[in-house]
Design a protein around this ligand. Structure first.
Ligand code: ARG
Length: 248
């Protein structure tokens, strides 16, 4: 029995080894979450996550392949080995962490709200949103959706496949507000919300570390990623990429 268990252990390769052997790092993401991953004019997926993945592949000496996939299937895709890692602005939460491992967080964000101008005066803080006369939107399967339902149980809730649809619904007054991660609401506010006199409640009301997800039971890969991140954070690469996407 113990000999067999040891054999199985030796046979089990780290994703890291497979990536090196195949010469390719496959990253699963869902383009649509600014400025982490989005599609540019040429149809390429670009953003903060993607630039960090470029550094990751470079450090491994392999080529980077981005696999753009739907958000609701992103964890199943990792579990069924469609890609080696998820880099998709994913919040490390306890429910997801039961299914996957997360490398140490690379940034912390939180939920914020954008209010349509019709309700801008009466909604003073996010707490005011918990009222049956209001309709709140967010994106299906995200922590924005979870927060909206958990924190504003009395309000109506409407789910959307993509974050920009959820935001437009609040912009054009079909919904009272949209709830989503701070970096994206902030960009949407600057690009569209401000001119439409939306009210931006930009003080995050949840705590959300974002991290790269990998399959469980792979300490070698996890160790590599955590050390890679520490190195990037301290040698200027992280700051350069951060300033590119978050700098004004
Ligand atoms: N941080 C949020 C979550 O984990 C939203 C992430 C959405 N990411 C994306 N690439 N669409 O639920």
């Amino acid at each position: 029995m113990s000999v067999q268990a040891a054999d199985i252990d030796l046979a089990k390769k780290s994703t890291l080894e497979k990536v090196i052997q195949s010469g390719e790092l496959r990253v699963g993401t869902e383009a649509g979450y600014m400025p982490f991953e989005m599609t540019d004019k040429k149809g390429q997926v670009v953003g903060f996550d993607m630039d960090m993945c470029k550094e990751m592949a470079k450090a491994m000496g392999v080529k980077l392949t981005i696999i753009n996939t739907a958000w609701d299937g992103i964890i199943p895709g990792l579990l069924s080995n469609k890609y080696d890692i998820i880099a998709s602005g994913m919040t490390v939460n306890q429910e997801r962490n039961l299914k996957v491992n997360f490398a140490n967080p690379y940034i912390v964000v939180g939920q914020t709200a954008l209010i349509n101008k019709k309700w801008a005066d009466e909604i003073k803080t996010y707490k005011d949103l918990n009222n049956p006369k209001y309709t709140i939107t967010s994106k299906l399967g995200t922590t924005g959706e979870q927060a909206a339902k958990r924190m504003f149980p009395k309000a109506q809730y409407k789910s959307f496949e993509m974050e920009d649809q959820a935001m437009l619904e609040a912009l054009n007054g079909k919904a009272t507000a949209t709830v989503y991660d701070l970096p994206m609401t902030s960009i949407f506010y600057a690009q569209r919300g401000k001119d439409a006199d939306m009210k931006f409640l930009n003080e995050p009301f949840t705590y959300e570390p974002l991290g790269w997800a990998i399959n469980k039971g792979d300490p070698d890969f996890l160790n590599w990623l955590n050390n890679f991140l520490v190195q990037m954070k301290n040698d200027g690469r992280y700051d350069r990429i951060y300033n590119k996407w978050f700098g004004s």
